[in-house]
Design a binder for this molecule. Structure first.
Ligand code: IMP
Length: 204
């Protein structure tokens, strides 16, 4: 059986490795996942949606339309109870500079300095879009709390200041495989992967 091409709407090599690992575990050899590095002519899609669902669908639809291939995209972020769900869809650019993890962490810790309720969760929505218009989405959530200072060196983003419920370690103290097992991204991807395989006809 030859593998079926699926485009992941990201230029982040770490995300491609993570998605490929989970798809491969579920359906070995069935899906050939490629990132946007194979399509240098494509423009980045602006994340203008108000929700993770809107942004994930925006990205997957745009890439499917431009490549003519089945496409998958995710959108994720940290939602803090005491900040009414912020930074949410603005997580990557909370400090004003896109992708500045240290500045984003500093801003959040400053906002929570006098706050006792540290409850928060990560959310990830994965969206899958077929050229014939069929679509599917899946959400994953990881609950926990925001620490008072960064701990650990693994991972990215807000990992050093997030401790999952029931864990004694911050996310940045877990290695990649352990994080995959519980993470919002791992959960949403494992939820959508069987549907992706069925829609691609990759099971038979
Ligand atoms: P995006 O889904 O690539 O747009 O990522 C949104 C932002 O949310 C990232 O830049 C991080 O700041 C934050 N984020 C999403 N998932 C995680 C995670 O697993 N750990 C830490 N931060 C995350």
């Amino acid at each position: 059986m030859s593998s079926i091409k699926l485009v992941l709407a990201t230029r982040n090599p770490g995300k491609i490795v993570e998605f490929r690992r989970i798809l491969e575990e579920l359906h070995p050899g069935a899906i050939d996942l490629v990132g946007l590095e194979h399509f240098p002519e494509l423009h980045d899609v602006e994340e203008t949606g108000a929700t993770f669902f809107e942004n994930a669908l925006l990205k997957a639809r745009a890439v499917c339309l431009e490549t003519g291939l089945p496409s998958i995209a995710d959108d994720s972020g940290l939602c803090i109870d005491a900040l009414e769900g912020a930074p949410g869809v603005l997580s990557a650019r909370w400090s004003g500079v896109h992708g500045n993890d240290a500045a984003n962490i500093e801003k959040v810790l400053g906002q929570l300095a006098a706050v006792q309720d540290r409850g928060a969760h990560f959310t990830c929505v994965t969206a899958f879009v077929m050229p014939d218009g069929r679509e599917s989405t899946a959400e994953g959530i990881l609950a926990g709390e925001v620490l008072r200072k960064p701990i650990g060196t693994h991972g990215f983003g807000y990992d050093p200041i997030f401790r999952p419920t029931g864990s004694e370690l911050s996310l940045a103290e877990l290695d990649a495989q352990k994080k995959d097992l519980i993470s919002h991204r791992g959960q949403s991807l494992r939820a959508i992967a069987p549907r992706v395989a069925v829609m691609l006809g990759a099971l038979g």
